[in-house]
Design a protein around this ligand. Structure first.
Ligand SMILES: Cc1ncc(C[n+]2csc(CCOP(=O)(O)OP(=O)(O)O)c2C)c(N)n1
Ligand SMILES: [Mg+2]
Length: 642
């Protein structure tokens, strides 16, 4: 066979993550007939992204990164239309995959070999409430010439299976043939759905040398200067950990107060008498009676921002433990760690999706978990491993009365952790995204839409929604929830698409101003929300954009680790950070929308303080830097260490 059409040599990657190995086989199958792939960022699709980048380095195909999947799909459509060869579009799971539908419809009727490649969760995670999980197999049925689903666990990966009909590479190659020939039906779109399981990153096998060189032993086609130009902004140096230094800069009084609170929390935790040490986890859209029940039994509540716990209508915020996400993973021997270890039962209300510590708590072998479900749960089916219970009395019996001091101990530990976190955030030289998100959530009284990605997690982590700190305009009111509109988010699939439009819809439905707090990519993904036809009344939305020039969240996931390996920074920044420098002020101006740039909390307050009935759309941009966030989060996590 002509070697220029077979860019890959034999290789052994049997030590690497299975997800990566499958992705490499898929890319090999694709690259037999595909030269161009358009990729949109995401975590589930990460193995495909890494494998595509490797293949691009080898000259097997070209990768183009786009932020909006709908645009990515039409870009691939244009490539395929013009070249007549299949072109691929790769997305993560969830609504990202749904964004491909318009281009697939066009490709169907125009006979264009567009190849939709959608990453999916492994089948066993469907119907369990796992985040960003929906049934994607067959989602383009009746529009595609052919479709296949590859499941990591069931797919042959070894090099010797290359000629096996079941091998991933062969299946993909055959699918490509269907895109071009479709058994006489003419070219058209095909769909490749792939269930990928954690871990989703390459193993650190290379010990520092260029991973592509190691794996494939071939020369990259892009020369060094081309690559450098592509990744100009990536790979800035890391900051050092200096939490001790920062804590040292706290006033002596504050440190004393913190110590005293920890001591009190610990003392309370040690005095626990009879009773059941339970907690109530309130996830997204939790039935409010779960909150009342927890209050009645004296059990602590770990509530996500969109649980309903912080709305004026619930008026029960004072039972919610601040910064609970920090407390759960606290080390053994620390006050918080001891509390977390004592938990024996958990009642889950609503759907928790925001934090890994909560998911880990629900999986703990020494903890019994019950899901309170007075109505059918739209996000789960019989595969949900925890028991569900519709009867509140049965939940009451399961939850049990708290031991003396149990809830107070949680409250003290949470308040201390929050206070210490805030001390760190206040000493940051520049306004951080975490502090911004917390400030917006505390200050606004309109209903609030929290964008997917970091903002909602930052609010979950560091906002004083219950007003326990007794400072700042948000907490000044005796009842922190007083007058607060509902806090909402798109947690069905946690997409970064359509967030600003959804806020507009809420504003229309309520006929009131809404605040949307979103990341920059989330904002840009839905820029068309600003496009209101002349003569139409623009919905009243303050869009606060935390502009850190790309996707910050990935650096806090495992990709951050990969990016710190030698030679990987530029690749990870390109594939996941997806840096952008769009001029939001000009974009807003182009849409006739007011824009304000905010650089400190005072300006943020001023921008948000205006009469609720003010009409129209406004963009409030807060520029922050995402390079130091991983370090900042490490320092924040350390507040529960002692
Ligand atoms: C439609 C869609 N595409 C892709 C993703 C995967 N994804 C999750 S967060 C994220 C980055 C968001 O960046 P930004 O809005 O700037 O927030 P940041 O992480 O920087 O806080 C992406 C691409 C998704 N959830 N939804
Ligand atoms: Mg961002």
């Amino acid at each position: 066979m002509d070697s220029s059409r077979r860019p890959f040599r034999e290789f052994d990657d049997s030590q690497d993550a299975v997800s990566l190995r499958l992705a490499r086989r898929v890319v090999r199958g694709l690259s037999l007939s595909m030269r161009q792939v358009v990729l949109a960022p995401g975590s589930r699709s990460a193995p495909l992204a890494y494998a595509l980048a490797e293949a691009e380095d080898l000259g097997a195909l070209r990768v183009h990164v786009r932020i909006d999947e709908r645009s990515a799909a039409f870009t691939a459509l244009g490539i395929a239309m013009d070249s007549g060869a299949p072109a691929g579009v790769v997305t993560t799971s969830g609504t990202a995959a749904g964004e491909l539908l318009p281009a697939m419809m066009e490709a169907d009727l125009a006979g264009v070999p567009l190849v939709a490649i959608t990453a999916d969760r492994p089948e066993e995670l469907h119907g369990t409430g796992a985040n960003q999980t929906t049934w994607q197999q067959g989602m383009f049925a009746s529009r595609v010439r052919d479709e296949i689903h590859l499941e990591q666990a069931e797919t042959r990966l070894e090099p010797e299976s290359r000629d096996d009909m079941l091998s991933a590479e062969t299946q993909v190659a055959l699918l490509m043939r269907q895109a071009v020939e479709a058994r006489g039906g003419g070219p058209g779109p095909v769909h490749l759905n792939i269930g990928l399981a954690d871990p989703l990153v390459p193993q650190d096998l290379d010990g520092g040398s260029d991973p592509a060189q190691q794996r494939w032993a071939r020369r990259p086609i892009l020369d060094e200067s081309q690559r450098r130009r592509m990744h100009r902004d990536a790979g800035r140096p890391l900051e050092q950990l200096h939490s001790q230094e920062l804590l040292g800069r706290l006033g002596e009084e504050e440190r004393q107060a913190a110590r005293e609170q920890i001591r009190r929390g610990l003392a309370a935790a040690q005095q626990l008498d009879a009773g059941v040490p339970s907690v109530v986890v309130m996830g997204h859209d939790a039935p409010p009676e779960a909150f009342t029940l927890a209050a009645e039994l004296g059990q602590p509540v770990l509530a996500e921002p969109t649980s309903g716990a912080f709305d004026a209508r619930t008026a029960a915020v004072d039972g919610a433990v601040p910064a609970h996400r920090m407390l759960l993973p606290a080390p053994e021997g620390s006050p918080a760690g001891e509390l977390a270890r004592r938990i024996r039962r958990v009642v889950v209300a609503g759907r928790p999706t925001l934090s890994r510590p909560v998911q880990q708590l629900l999986r703990r072998a020494d903890v019994e978990v019950l899901q309170y479900a007075p109505a059918p749960l739209p996000w789960s089916d019989e595969r949900l491993s925890r028991r569900t219970e519709a009867d509140l009395d049965a939940v009451r019996r399961f939850l049990g009365s708290a031991p003396e001091g149990w809830r107070d101990a949680w409250a003290a530990a949470g308040t201390t952790a929050l206070r210490r976190m805030r001390a760190i955030l206040e000493t940051e030289p520049r306004l951080t995204s975490v502090r911004t998100a917390a400030a917006v959530a505390e200050r606004v009284r309109t209903s609030l839409l929290l964008g997917s990605s970091s903002v909602i997690r930052d609010v979950d982590l560091a906002a004083d929604l219950g007003g326990v700190l007794g400072e700042g305009p948000g907490a000044a009111a005796m009842d922190a929830s007083a007058g607060r509109g509902p806090i909402r988010a798109l947690r069905g699939l946690s997409g970064i698409d359509g967030n600003v439009s959804a806020a507009s819809g809420i504003a229309i439905a309520r006929d009131r101003r809404v605040t949307a707090l979103v990341g920059d990519l989330t904002f840009l993904h839905d820029l068309n929300a600003l496009l209101i036809p002349s003569g139409e009344q623009a919905p009243s939305v303050d869009v606060v954009v935390v502009n850190d020039g790309g996707g910050a969240i990935f650096d806090q996931l495992e990709h951050g680790e990969v990016g710190r390996r030698s030679g990987r920074a530029a690749q990870v920044e390109r594939l996941f950070g997806t840096p952008q420098t769009a001029d939001l002020q000009a974009l807003a101006a182009g849409h006739g929308v007011e824009h304000r740039l905010v650089t400190n909390l005072g300006q943020l307050d001023a921008a948000l303080a205006h009469p609720d009935d003010r009409l129209g759309l406004r963009v409030i941009e807060v520029r922050t830097d995402r390079t130091g966030l991983r370090d900042l989060h490490a320092r924040l996590a350390a507040v529960v260490d002692d």
